[in-house]
Write a protein that binds this ligand. Structure first.
Ligand SMILES: O=C(O)CCC(=O)C(=O)O
Length: 269
């Protein structure tokens, strides 16, 4: 059975980055406490209530690209989390997580940025998601290339193999792009609520099927090199009026700022 390294909440950024470099993934156990999980759930509750379970609008959009079954089954997907939750903002600014970004992304950019945010809430009956890589959209850039993306999933409820814990293929960050995973190479990132699962942009992964009667509640957060197109359009999801209320460092992480000559605007935020 493939193994995901697990470290304690006080692990150093260096230790976490070492696991990522070696295995392509790592769980940091209970990085956040119960109060953080409760607060995040409280802040997102109205959005979760409103979110369609079929995520129809997203699927219609994805249908244009032939990927309409990317979120199969009973899944709620809520983007724009920086504008919706102070608890999520604290996750984005977590010093351990930023320390890992410093080691994995900073060597290849002047500044890294948030790449995408989403609550991913998987309900009973949801089926397994196709294994994929966060860096898939960047495969126009030939190998060898620097690490482009670092991804994470915070467990807001316990993640178990049965309730849809993220499936991952340890070591696949070093595979050729076309190599497919055998089922025996896939494992589930089981972790207690408050834990953070991190994986490299080239690591194969996907949501698990939910065979329980409970909802698996996680928040996805990725970062990328500051000179790339972000996966989420954060200028729309966190518009200037909201961005202006946030700390400068968070605004910069959203992409409100320049990367060398890239990103100039008449409007200053
Ligand atoms: O929900 C999960 O566990 C993983 C989701 C994922 O990989 C994605 O939506 O890209």
């Amino acid at each position: 059975m493939p193994r995901i390294p697990t470290v304690a909440r006080d692990a150093s950024a260096e230790e976490i980055a070492e696991c990522l470099d070696r295995d392509g993934c790592v769980v940091v156990e209970r990085l956040f406490d119960d109060a953080w999980c409760s607060e995040l759930k409280r802040e997102l509750a109205p959005h979760v209530e409103r979110a369609p379970t079929s995520i129809q609008s997203m699927n219609e959009h994805l249908a244009e690209t032939g990927a309409s079954d990317f979120y199969p089954g009973n899944t709620k997907r809520i983007p724009g989390l920086v504008a919706k939750s102070a608890a999520y903002q604290a996750l984005v600014m977590n010093p351990t997580l930023l320390g890992v970004c410093d080691l994995i992304l900073k060597p290849n950019c002047a500044r890294y940025q948030i790449h995408a945010t989403s609550a991913l809430i998987i309900g009973p009956g949801a089926e397994v998601q196709v294994l994929h890589r966060e860096e898939g959209p960047f495969d126009y850039i030939a190998m060898p290339r620097p690490n482009l993306v670092l991804a994470s999933m915070a467990a807001v409820t316990d993640f178990t193999e049965a309730n849809g814990a993220t499936r991952v293929v340890p070591g696949s960050h070093r595979w050729p792009v076309l190599r497919k995973a055998r089922e025996s190479e896939v494992t589930a990132a089981e972790m207690p609520a408050g834990s953070l699962f991190l994986w490299m942009g080239r690591t194969l992964h996907g949501a698990g099927a939910n065979r329980t009667n409970e909802w698996r509640f996680g928040t996805f957060l990725s970062y990328s090199l500051g000179w790339l197109r972000q996966e989420e359009n954060l200028y729309l999801d966190v518009p200037p009026d909201i961005a202006r209320t946030l700390p400068k460092e968070l605004r910069r992480l959203l992409g409100y700022g320049m990367h060398a000559a890239l990103g100039y605007a008449e409007v200053s935020v």
